[in-house]
Ligand binder design. Sequence first.
Ligand SMILES: C[S@@+](CC[C@H](N)C(=O)[O-])C[C@H]1O[C@@H](n2cnc3c(N)ncnc32)[C@H](O)[C@@H]1O
Length: 276
Amino acid sequence: MTLDQPHPDSCAFSDRDFSAIAEILHRETGIFLGDNKKNLVYARLNALVRRAGFGCFADYVAHVSARPPNAARQEMISTLTTNVTSFYREPHHFEDFSARVLPALLEKAKRGERVRIWSAACASGEEPYTIAFEVLRQAPDAGRLDLKILATDIDPEMVRRGARGVYAEAVAKQIPPHIRAAFLPENTVAPAAKALISFRQLNLLNPLPFNGAFDVIFCRNVTIYFDPLTREKTWQQIVSVLKPGGQLYAGHSERVSGPAAKSLKLNGLTAYRCTK
Ligand SMILES: C[S@@+](CC[C@H](N)C(=O)[O-])C[C@H]1O[C@@H](n2cnc3c(N)ncnc32)[C@H](O)[C@@H]1O
């Protein structure tokens, strides 16, 4: 093979292909890809393009651009989203939730009131399960209360994995041993924790389909991927379904920006109380 021949395991990827892919991803998810992400996109999609039998990215782009949207487009979006997560990620949020927020919510639930918690970009489920573990540690009978956790993500594969609740050893061992023994025996989520959670596919760009409001929302490490305007709109939507006095947790490098910030008061590390 000479230097000017393409590598047999790669196919041509032009700036135009990159722009078309970035445009689809932005339109459908809010995720913004700067030009510096071209290599990343190539690395993530090359194998997929070849596996689907396309000789070059241009043909693949034409296929994923087709209307109505096809499975290849969903697969591309899933491949380009970053799904990194872990049990007890950013542990200060769970410490704060358990010490300051949860006791009052359990009091409410024990009085027969409704309590709702939302993990708004739950990836493969570690975040909502961590919430469930903390709930069950304080209230082993939580399943009898009107306390529910909603776990949503745009990526259907993530939602499936979350609902399955089975984790690799490397993932399970992130959990403190006594909590793991109680709630993740044989690396499978205990039925009591599963029963508290509903997993659903949901795109944060779309109008939110909820009737009631949430006592607590975890919306962490997703808006960092959005462009500034989408970020502001997303926070507005999130705050619109947060109860007065409700608690919001954002990711470690996220700050609520735009009009939503007027209804929130910082009360911890990237943690906010709703003041509306
Ligand atoms: C880095 S993970 C964060 C997981 C978890 N919240 C945490 O902090 O560990 C980001 C998740 O956001 C999801 N996501 C990206 N765009 C989204 C959108 N428009 N609506 C809903 N979820 C989205 C991705 O599929 C991914 O699973």
